[in-house]
Ligand binder design. Structure first.
Ligand code: NAI
Length: 425
């Protein structure tokens, strides 16, 4: 079942042939993603009659991709008024902007905005007085808090780095409304961050560089959900993979998973390509460029462009050689250092972002969390909340059923055995 969208067969009320082409392309992309996002479509179908989002304004700050258009159209089908801006200046897909505009969504975004335009668009969404704020990276939440915008019932946060910011906001000034950490749902991070970002990061590197992965030394910084996914995809393609970590448990896990684990300093002179996946700043710092291998490639999969000291590279060579689209080569003290996608999320800038099947899980959690907030916001404290287990399990069950997989249930006897375990000896 497809969500209704305006048919491209009727004449399009758009300004120019270029816009019309973009709408057509956007619609195809939307339909392609819809065909693979069965869980959110099922949820949307369940609520389409009752329209529980009628009379509510939703403010979104997400990557503007085909998968996001499925979430937006699903929320619209449930009656919501929607405004959206982009969570990243380089991940914006022009055809999706035009497709959403054609479907009467308030889109505050343009392809390749400058820094000022990017932030102005986030402010414009904050000015629409959203009842629920759906964010990826907590940029919109931060602006709403700074500008003391009232009337927000609650919000959600899509990514690990955004949750760090929410928790820091909570412990300093406090939160003005409850925020659900969608990222932390198991049915989100186990799959989106690991399998989704793992694959799409490697695809982003491949599409940008077109190099052979097999036989190259890749260094993956961080062995959290994203790092695990990236390293296992690279290994599958024949790369030699080294992991750097700061957490002893994760480092031990990487070792037992069969990866080479080293200090960054030791592997800098040997790595062909470095991919940061940590959510931390200066993971590859200015001092590391002194010993890094000549000709190394640097890419980042973390949410913010702070993991590689990009500012230092530009300060040392402000006219880098453009080797290919999205690949700049810096001449630093006679050495070539190649930066991919300006150190921004490689999977979204160099590739297409995560695949529809994993975004289906993430955005189903988003949609159910929005409904949960609107039903329960009076009872929820103005603090950070995890996604309720019921929602997490519901998404996993729906996903299994969309793949045609059935699983077993505990018998009553087995439940008793567990709950009365202390008697069973
Ligand atoms: P995580 O918390 O599971 O893993 C991060 C890992 O990095 C941890 O194991 C931590 O110990 C390690 N780490 C921190 N500082 C380090 C350092 N200096 N050197 C080496 N290791 C270090 O986080 P997750 O979920 O893997 O996310 C990582 C980043 O990716 C975040 O910024 C998150 O927002 C982002 N993300 C990006 C996505 C994308 O589409 N590009 C999708 C999902 C998450």
């Amino acid at each position: 079942m497809k969500i209704q969208s305006s048919s491209p067969k009727k004449p399009l009320a758009v300004k120019s042939n270029t816009s019309r082409d973009l709408v057509e392309r956007g619609k195809l992309e939307y339909e392609w993603a819809t065909s693979l996002m069965k869980v959110i479509i099922k949820i949307s179908k369940k609520y389409q009659r009752s329209k529980p989002l009628s009379n509510f304004n939703l403010g979104f700050c997400l990557h503007i991709t085909k998968e996001t258009s499925v979430l937006i159209m699903a929320a619209k089908a449930l009656g919501a008024q929607i405004s959206i801006c982009s969570a990243n200046p380089l991940s914006i897909q022009a055809e999706i902007i035009e497709f959403l505009r054609y479907n009467e969504i308030n889109v505050f975004a343009k392809k390749d905005p400058n820094r000022k335009e990017f932030f102005e668009n986030i402010i414009k969404v904050s000015n629409t007085n959203p009842h629920v704020v759906i964010d990826d990276g907590a940029e919109l939440h931060s602006i709403i808090h700074q500008r003391k915008i009232k009337g927000v019932y609650g919000g959600t946060e899509e990514t690990t780095s955004g949750i760090f910011r929410i928790l820091s906001l909570q412990s300093t000034t406090g939160l003005d409304y409850p925020i659900i950490g969608v990222n932390n749902a198991k049915s989100k991070s186990f799959f989106d961050n690991r399998y989704g970002t793992g694959q799409s990061t490697v695809y982003g590197v491949l599409r940008t560089l077109g190099i052979l992965i097999a036989g190259k030394r890749f260094v993956v910084c961080g062995y959290g959900w994203v790092g695990r996914g990236v390293s296992s995809c690279l290994r599958g393609l024949g790369a030699m993979v080294t992991i750097t970590e700061v957490d002893p448990i994760k480092a031990l896990e990487a070792h037992m998973d069969g990866f080479n684990v080293q200090r960054l300093e030791a592997i800098l002179p040997k790595g062909d390509c470095f991919i940061t996946c940590t959510g931390q700043k200066d993971v590859i710092s200015r001092y590391d460029f002194d010993i890094i291998k000549n000709g190394a490639f640097l890419a980042n999969a973390g949410h913010f462009d702070v993991e590689i000291d990009v500012a230092y590279l530009y300060s040392q060579d402000n006219h880098p050689n453009q080797l290919r689209p999205n690949v700049e080569s810096f001449n630093i003290k006679g050495k070539k250092i190649n930066l991919i996608a300006k150190g921004r999320v490689i999977n979204l800038v160099g590739g297409e972002g995560n695949s529809p099947e994993v975004m289906d899980l993430s955005f189903s959690n988003q949609l159910l969390s929005i409904l949960f907030i609107l039903k329960n916001y009076k009872k929820l404290g103005r603090e950070f909340h995890q996604v309720p287990k019921k929602i997490d399990d519901q998404v996993a069950h729906l996903a299994l059923s969309s793949f045609g997989i059935k699983i077993d249930k505990l018998t009553r006897d087995q439940v008793d055995y567990q709950t009365k375990a202390y008697l069973n000896y």
